[in-house]
Design a protein around this ligand. Structure first.
Ligand code: ATP
Ligand code: MG
Length: 491
């Protein structure tokens, strides 16, 4: 118990102590107790108390209360740790009847902690710890289940999933995040109640889906969601890939390929958008599959175009943000980009960068890696991939040129009163040479002064200095390209 006590941050124990001093009971409750027992850092800290919302607000300086569930946000000022900035305190709750499988008809406050724990979803989430009395309350075997890694419904499983069908998805999400398994009766009840997820709002489904995608085990979770029968309420298009055999380069059907692709993104800890794009990247395959007599194999021409449209629709229906929809759809659209570094030109690489945007080109390469690993028969070709990445960096890098200067040709003509002609070019390159020697010189004032100086020179002398500038530029540009190649070990 001492161990638990030591892990409660003072920002949290300060709140339970203040409540206790005012004569109230206060418990730390829910996922945070579970996480502390597991040695994980909690995402947030929840407190439950017999004080009502008004009494809670009266005890603390900075609070807000903007919901209908009695939850008061207590603000810890000047705290760096995001998980401690706001601690939520909620009066003991007693939930009323559920007529619609998604929210209680009424929220009533309970009299004691036992009533509050009874309405919680899983035994591992129904633990409460009182830092003042140092008591750990475990009415449903939550400690045992936490150490065994088991998710078990509190009370009668079917009744609990019938009250709020989102709990089915929460069970899968928590199992994906913690690597827990689901107890058999609980699992059967989830199957039985799966259809009720259709009544849950897309926003609530999306938020759990995001956490499944960001977990370390999206593959297991997505297979489980399918087996339980809820995947069709999340993204039914994914299930169209089940049993869709692919060409000879693949070992798995389209569904499993997509799921293995996202698992690779999770294993690499890649971004949320890469994970989503990996999951959806081949979603257009079932609709585009044709048999080719010539190849004696299946073909999927245009599946990335169909897939991008399907991805947009799926993500919009889950109420993802515009930015997420656009990015993921674009990654799916361009995931088939031609990437043979022996045949591709730099301008083709530039076109791909324009298509997905500079900010997402790295993600597109990662998606391609997920795609390859997800076939189950990856052709190891790290050298070619590195060569391609070097080409991307080359295409992205700003070339060394007079374009970098703080003055341009027009300004030079104004400063010198000279007409357009070769002298302007020589002048620019003469300035460039000086700037390449010392980048601090790249200011309007300095270059204006130098311009006036160079303008005094004869054609012959100016040409000589200008050509020296061109030479220097070519030399440095060549070196910086070599540097890129060295970075990817492809020189
Ligand atoms: P995390 O903090 O990692 O998101 P969590 O289990 O704490 O996980 P929260 O959404 O923060 O999840 O909920 C806090 C607690 O509230 C849970 O641990 C659980 O006791 C209870 N709870 C949340 N949602 C439900 C629900 N739909 N039905 C019953 N109890 C719930
Ligand atoms: Mg929590």
């Amino acid at each position: 118990m001492q161990l638990l006590q030591n892990q409660i941050p003072k920002e949290v124990s300060r709140i339970t102590e203040t409540l206790a001093k005012a004569g109230f009971e206060a418990w730390i409750v829910g996922g945070c107790v579970r996480d502390v027992l597991l040695g994980r850092k909690p995402k947030d800290w929840d407190i439950t108390t017999n004080a009502n919302p008004q009494q809670i607000q009266d005890l603390f300086e900075n609070t807000f209360y903007t919901n209908e569930f009695g939850t008061v946000g207590i603000v810890n000022e000047g705290v760096e740790d995001e998980t401690l900035k706001i601690v939520e305190a909620t009066p003991y709750r007693l939930e009323g009847k559920y007529s619609d499988a998604r929210r209680p008809d009424s929220v009533e406050f309970g009299q004691n902690i036992e009533e509050d724990l009874k309405r919680r979803d899983f035994s591992v989430n129904a633990l409460a710890y009182n830092p003042v009395s140092q008591q750990l309350l475990d009415l449903y075997g939550g400690i045992k289940d936490t150490s065994a890694g088991i998710i078990r419904a509190v009370g009668e499983p079917e009744e609990r999933f019938g009250e709020d069908a989102l709990r089915i998805m929460r069970a899968i999400r928590i199992s994906a995040e913690l690597g827990f398994s689901i107890e058999e009766n609980t699992k059967q009840a989830m199957k039985h109640c799966a259809g009720q997820l259709s009544k849950i709002s897309k926003e609530r489904i999306r938020d759990e889906f995001i956490r499944i995608i960001n977990s370390s085990k999206p593959k297991d979770a997505l297979f489980l969601a399918h087996n339980i029968g809820i995947l069709k309420y999340i993204a039914p298009e994914l299930e169209d890939g089940i049993g869709i055999e692919q060409n000879q380069a693949h070992s798995f059907d389209v569904f499993e390929h997509n799921v293995r692709a996202i698992q690779h993104a999770a294993d690499k800890n890649w971004s949320f958008t890469v994970r989503l794009a990996a999951l959806f990247h081949d979603i257009g395959k079932p609709a585009s599959r044709r048999w080719s007599n010539e190849k004696h194999d299946w073909t999927f021409h245009g599946h990335e175009v169909i897939g991008a449209k399907m991805t947009k629709k799926a993500l919009e229906s889950l109420k993802f943000t515009r930015e997420t929809v656009d990015t993921v759809q674009n990654l799916v659209r361009w995931h088939m980009f031609f990437s043979d570094p022996d045949k591709i030109t730099l301008s083709a690489v530039r076109r791909i960068i324009t298509n997905v945007g500079r900010d997402h080109i790295e993600e597109l390469v990662e998606l391609r890696i997920c795609d390859r690993i997800g076939t189950g028969r990856p052709k190891e070709q790290p050298f070619r991939l590195r060569k391609y990445q070097a080409m991307i960096e080359e295409a992205l890098h700003d070339p060394i040129s007079v374009g970098m200067l703080a003055v341009d040709g027009k300004e030079i003509m104004k400063i010198t009163n000279e007409k357009p002609g070769p002298r302007i070019g020589w002048l620019l390159h003469a300035l460039l040479e000086g700037v390449l020697d010392d980048p601090k010189r790249n200011t309007k004032e300095y270059l204006t002064e130098k311009t006036l100086e160079f303008a005094q020179l004869s054609d012959k002398d100016l040409k000589k200095i200008g050509e020296a500038g061109v030479e220097k530029r070519d030399e440095l540009e060549g070196e910086s390209l070599k540097e890129i190649q060295r970075k990817y070990f492809v020189s």
